[in-house]
Write a protein that binds this ligand. Sequence first.
Ligand SMILES: Cc1ncc(COP(=O)(O)O)c(C=O)c1O
Length: 406
Amino acid sequence: MRVPLASSGLRDCDIAAVTRVLQSGNLTMGAEVKNFESKMSAYLGSKHFVMVNSGSSANLLMIEALLRPTIDRPRLNPGDSILVPAIAWPTTIWPLIQLGLNPLFVDVDPETFALDLDVAQNLIDSSRIPVKGIFPIHPLGYAIPPSELKKFIERNDLILINDVCESLGSWSEGKHGGTTGIAGSFSFYFSHHITTMEGGGIATDDDRFADDLRSMRSHGWSRDRSDSEKWTAQVTGNDSKFLFVSTGYNVRPMEIQAAIGSLQIDEIDNFVSKRRNIALRVNNALNGSGLRVIGSDTFKSEATRKSHSWMLIPIQVVGSNTELRKERILEELEKLEIETRPVLTGNFLAQPAIQRITRHSVDPDFFGVASEITRTTFLVGAHHDLTEEQIEFLCNSLLKVSKMSV
Ligand SMILES: Cc1ncc(COP(=O)(O)O)c(C=O)c1O
């Protein structure tokens, strides 16, 4: 029985919404996007939410807006160093490089896969590289506690932006994951906690930052800004609809994406609770076996249970000969049609592109935890659309393969 990592996540009501919007003739960003944005900010508890066409675009816009704000002084300048995790997604890192910043890789925590703040502190204390910011990923449904991030940035005078693309529905200390700091990016790529097919967005409490994101997602024009009238008043002879006040891209979302998103976000608690239940069942099935669910500590109390929104389920091969056993286990799971994948991209430093591009030569083996996770750990699906039969088959198959030796 096939147990996929991803599923379309689309329901009949989502498809009906697409038809309704297409028939209305409203295609690009408009009322549906506004509606989705206000639902997202209400859910996240953020003052603004700016929807874009992907989580990758959300990351790109956040960096652009820090480097080239329309009114305030830049919070970052080309050449500045930014702390990032060694287990990362490419489009967390590429916007930094593409826009002239210097990603400083930090090893991750073995139990959460998040950037290890103690290792980051040692790096700051021991290196002469002045660090300006931190761009942590909240990985696979885990929210880094905001108090830890706040303490770290205040101690080191850093700016904080968050990649929350994998962790919609995660909560810590009463706040949604990644809503501390200047901003956080989200992805609604199909298979994530909610889908808009492709899609993403940025949550922020900063009014000017939000205005700049609104200009930058749409060529740099002024018309979607809260202060657009002020800009219009300053110029004569220009059509106010064609007034450009910042650099920009075209990363606008479509109305059909937002219409789906608005229906999906209403169901987020239900989707996350189904995912949590799948992870709990896999964890219970594997208890005491040669496979271990990483992150299962959150099941220990009601409060921590809510913190984790389980994007996928990380499973570590424990005991002896882990690397060889993992290879055999993955082969067997593939035969059973249970899809697996590495943790994000595995140790990102070992990827050919980063090896070629980074200014400092980086030895992937220097990042011992990221390398160990890559060697021992894999992910299986936790999608809320998995059926009872698929979940049962997944649990039984994992238990069976956990007994495999080399
Ligand atoms: C951590 C992280 N950042 C960014 C992205 C990019 O999101 P998107 O696929 O919507 O561009 C992803 C994709 O899943 C991701 O896992």
